[in-house]
Design a protein around this ligand. Structure first.
Ligand code: ATP
Length: 233
């Protein structure tokens, strides 16, 4: 579903991403780990076509992202660390606005069903987003992905700053979406969540993927040891 093929990005001779090769298939939750500056966001941004590759390609559903970004837009949902929503609008109004912008027409009862599926409490649907916690805002993002019937989820540190309960709820949503065959690529610093929620883990260092493994293969403690081994190498 989602493939990086020798994907490379350099900024003025600085290699932010160096010949990355990875695949994420439907139903997989692939977690990218790595220190600050390792190239995680660069990878996500290349799949989003926010930036253009220097060489290599990002491919989603057999379409090269840089060649047909409009086709890709229909397939993907993106949740960054801080989702941009209109604070003066309610969660429901934001969902209505953004789905409308993406060319989708839903009745308010359908929009409410999406928010409900994303785990937002009914009493919050009509409250202004400025009163929402970060976890509630992220749920609006998940509702957008559900409304869009996105085949691919691109997430850049979506649980950063969430309390453990909100983070756990977010992880449960990801698992539910992966059970519906969504392919997820997530940049995160949270080793615990990556092991708990992810199906696959890639450890990045200085723009390179230095380790790939299935979460079935490793326990929490060994994952931490492996991560630190790479960071200290
Ligand atoms: N617009 C830019 N111009 C120049 N260098 C950049 C730019 N964006 C990213 N970089 C560099 O590319 C490298 C990879 O950055 P990236 O943001 O992908 O790392 P990251 O793994 O997401 O880090 P973090 O965990 O801090 O978010 C870093 O060295 C960064 O300084």
């Amino acid at each position: 579903m989602l493939h990086a093929v020798n994907l490379t990005k350099s900024y003025n001779n600085h290699l932010a991403l160096d010949q990355l090769n990875l695949s994420v298939e439907p139903g997989e939750i692939y977690c990218l780990l790595g220190a600050n500056g390792a190239g995680k966001s660069t990878t996500i941004n290349l799949f989003l076509n926010f930036i253009a590759p220097t060489s290599g390609k990002a491919v989603i559903d057999q379409v090269e992202v840089a060649k047909d970004p409009q086709a890709i837009k229909k397939l993907i949902a993106y949740i960054p660390e801080n989702l941009v929503l209109y604070n003066e609008l309610s969660g429901l109004e934001n969902l209505s606005y953004f789905t409308g912008l993406a060319g989708m027409k839903y009745h308010s009862d359908q929009l409410e069903a999406f928010l409900d599926e994303a785990g937002l409490q009914g009493e919050a649907f009509h409250k202004r987003v400025k009163s929402y916690s970060k976890g509630m805002r992220q749920k609006v993002g998940v509702a957008m992905a559900i409304a869009k019937k996105a085949k691919v989820l691109l997430l850049d540190e979506p649980t950063s700053g969430l309390d453990p309960k909100a983070s756990n709820e977010f992880s449960e949503l990801l698992t539910r979406l992966s059970n519906q065959n969504v392919a997820t690529l997530m940049a995160t610093h949270d080793l615990f969540r990556a092991k708990e929620t992810g199906t696959n883990i890639g450890i990045m260092k200085s723009g390179q993927l230095v380790e790939q493994l299935s979460t079935d293969e490793i326990n929490h403690s060994d994952l931490e040891k492996l991560y630190l081994k790479h960071m200290n190498a």
